[in-house]
Design a protein around this ligand. Structure first.
Ligand code: SIN
Length: 278
């Protein structure tokens, strides 16, 4: 198949042009796309036009769907597809899903390897999604810090009591289906590209095994301050037709709320099954 892959920064993100995923992909292209995903961590496949079932079919090029926790919130008629929208506001409050850096559903013992977004409505400016590369952030840690965090595990719950932001409460039914906390290494090794990465999520981390709360919070804050430096970032400016898939084993991300809230920002969202972080 005839398409191009172009880096978006030297370390994170690649743009793919010339593919219409609704036409399906041959085996060679599927392998190449999955390789590009593991190597570049964020893929921006331009020029797509998806109905909800077509979005699901495109996602399956990269793996099997992972069930999101907020089961009551989905695209009408498509329980698999979650959505992010600036219209999700709790009365009297502005609510932006994903407003601080995080990795998706790390409260699961086997968290999703990937998340995908496809825009339905975009504001006329702003609303970018920011990603930082957690492989590079790990690589550039001082040796002393690497030694300090080696073998340490964090406890990830649905909503940490230390979270910098609220999550929408789950319905009683969804809450019952949330699994027990994920206990994950602070440093994980990517099963496909072989690189180590920091695995952090201040929204969900409620403690570090064997550490007092204060010390654990300080350590997470120190690692986060290092990880979110602009030099590790790819910032995605949305265009209609972008199918964006990112690797939760390689990047953390956040939604940017810098746009006019009278304008609608609404994107379909899917995740893919991953593996136990090691
Ligand atoms: C998310 O955190 O999954 C959503 C990111 C975004 O809306 O840009």
């Amino acid at each position: 198949m005839d398409y191009t892959i172009t880096r978006l920064t030297p370390h994170t993100g690649a743009e793919i042009d010339g593919l219409d995923l609704n036409r399906g992909v041959d085996d060679e292209t599927r392998v190449a796309l999955n390789r590009a995903f593991a190597d570049h961590h964020v893929l921006v496949i331009r020029g797509q036009q998806f109905t909800p079932p077509q979005f699901i079919a495109a996602a399956r090029i990269f793996g099997d769907l992972f069930q999101h926790d907020k089961r009551e919130m989905h695209v009408p008629g498509y329980p698999e597809i979650y959505y992010v929208s600036n219209e999700q506001a709790v009365p009297g409050k502005r609510y932006i899903s994903g407003e601080t850096f995080h990795t998706d559903h790390s409260n699961h013992p086997v968290p999703p390897k990937a998340t995908m977004l496809f825009p339905v409505s975009l504001p006329s400016y702003g609303g970018d999604t920011q990603y930082v590369n957690m492989h590079l952030a790990y690589d550039e840690l001082p040796a002393e810090t690497k030694e300090r965090i080696d073998g340490r595990k964090a406890i990830h719950v649905y909503l940490s009591k230390f979270s910098p932001r609220e999550l929408r409460p789950l319905s009683a039914d969804s809450a019952q289906k949330v699994p027990p906390p994920g206990i994950h290494p602070l440093v994980r090794t990517h099963p496909e590209n072989g690189r180590k990465a920091l695995y952090l999520n201040p929204v969900r981390i409620e403690g570090i095994v064997g550490m007092k709360d204060d010390a654990a919070l300080d350590l997470v804050a120190e690692l986060m301050a290092h990880a979110i430096q602009t030099k590790y970032e790819y910032r995605h400016q949305w265009r209609h037709g972008d199918f964006v898939i990112w690797d939760n084993r390689s990047v953390i991300h956040k939604a940017n709320p810098d746009y006019d809230m009278n304008e609608r920002r609404y994107l379909y969202r899917l995740m893919l099954k991953g593996e136990t972080p090691v």
